[in-house]
Design a protein around this ligand. Structure first.
Ligand code: NAD
Length: 355
């Protein structure tokens, strides 16, 4: 199989973890006789420094022409005071919108070897295997009007949360399809007791549910869900929710698994999908060989599975991660006493060796 992948390392630890993930892809290509051609592209702070804008046209062009996109992370203190349209994070929103990536799939699965790395008790997290399906191109992050203005002699900031029936329907269908292939349980999370967008969300999800009588649907308010994720996470299998709620809940779910450095994601919906770790550019540890590369390596496994239909190859990566963790190798974020502490490069090497 021959595939072209647009590679966007981005900023901070993005460059370090993407380098690791490409090493894994190279080994997979060799072992399974595939050709992966990488096209490097700029986005975020790296693009701002070189071209003056966060998402150059060239990057979008390459992304649209490729078979998949691998992204590290963007952002950092250097660009924090930039005006809104020149913030590195605009690149993410632009890529999602331009590629039509409305469904963000974020698995939060605890590796058995990491049960002790979770901040929660072993009996609470053992066996947790959740997928958060987050709507990615609507809601508060994209709604218009948004901005700043003077009102009654002071500055106000405002955003608009807006969802159309079709936006809710397509993400609900994606979530039902995923739930159908797992334990057939879907929890739709909203704030329908307060927000009109959530009332519409619930109405449309209920309509879509009629097409999936085999899937057991439940509804939960977002505040309750954030509590239940800590109290009894094993009650969840697939969660579907809107953009902002999904952003927050998936980070919370991340902590069940021990570290945000473990969490992979896939953004689907358009013709080209994008794969990225859930974490950001982690400026506090950037350039120090401390970042956990597993989230990005697991994102590459998702790419093989979802975009290229290479399940065997994806499983090989997952198994290697499992093996390395079982042998007690850890990066700092998942380190517990008695384990062997490794840097980004050394952890990558271990995963390569165990493939
Ligand atoms: P972050 O995810 O970068 O870091 C949060 C904490 O988790 C930090 O302490 C960091 O050291 C740690 N961490 C994150 N990834 C890790 C890894 N792989 N291994 C070990 N530790 C890890 O979130 P933040 O600090 O809120 O944001 C930093 C920058 O990243 C900001 O500019 C933000 O806008 C950006 N950001 C980008 C993305 C993205 O590109 N998708 C996502 C979130 C945040």
């Amino acid at each position: 199989m021959k595939k072209t992948i647009t590679v966007i390392p981005g900023d901070g630890i993005g460059t370090e973890v993407v380098a690791g993930a490409l090493q894994i892809l190279d080994v997979i290509a060799k072992r399974f006789d595939h050709t992966f051609e990488y096209k490097n592209a700029l986005a975020g702070g790296a693009a701002l420094d070189t071209t003056g804008i966060p998402l150059p046209e060239e990057t979008l062009k390459l992304a649209k022409l490729s078979d998949a996109v691998l992204l590290g992370a963007v952002g950092g203190p250097k660009w924090d005071s930039n005006p809104q349209h020149l913030k590195p994070e605009r690149a993410l929103l632009g890529l999602r919108k331009e590629l039509g990536l409305y469904a963000n799939i974020r698995p939060a699965k605890i590796y058995s070897a990491l049960v002790d790395a979770s901040a929660l008790k072993k009996e609470v997290v053992e066996g947790v295997d959740i997928i958060v399906v987050r709507e990615l191109t609507g809601g508060l992050y994209f709604g218009k009007p948004s901005g700043f203005e003077q009102r009654n002699g002071e500055e106000v900031g405002f955003n608009t949360m807006i969802y159309s029936e079709s936006e809710v329907r397509r993400i609900a269908e994606s979530a039902f399809e995923i739930a159908r292939k797992r334990s057939k349980k879907l929890c739709s999370v909203d704030k329908a007791n307060v927000l009109e967008t959530s009332q519409l969300w619930r109405k449309v999800v209920l309509e879509v549910a009629k097409k999936y009588p085999d899937v057991e649907l439940s509804h939960m308010y977002v505040d309750n869900c954030s509590m239940q994720l800590i109290r009894n996470p094993k009650q969840f299998d697939v969660i579907v929710t809107e953009n902002l709620f999904g952003d927050i809940l998936s980070d919370e779910a991340a902590m069940l698994t021990g570290s945000i450095g473990m969490l992979a994601s896939a953004s689907l919906g358009g013709t080209v999908a994008m794969y990225e770790p859930v974490h950001g550019s982690a400026p506090d540890i950037a350039g120090q060989n401390k970042a956990n590369p597993i989230a990005t390596i697991a994102s590459v496994a998702m790419m093989l599975k979802y975009s290229f239909n290479l399940s065997l190859e994806a499983d090989a990566i997952e198994n290697s991660i499992q093996r390395v963790l079982s042998k007690g190798f850890r990066t700092g974020d998942i380190y517990t006493e008695g384990m062997t502490l490794l840097g980004t490069k050394e952890m990558t090497k271990k995963i390569v060796e165990n493939l």
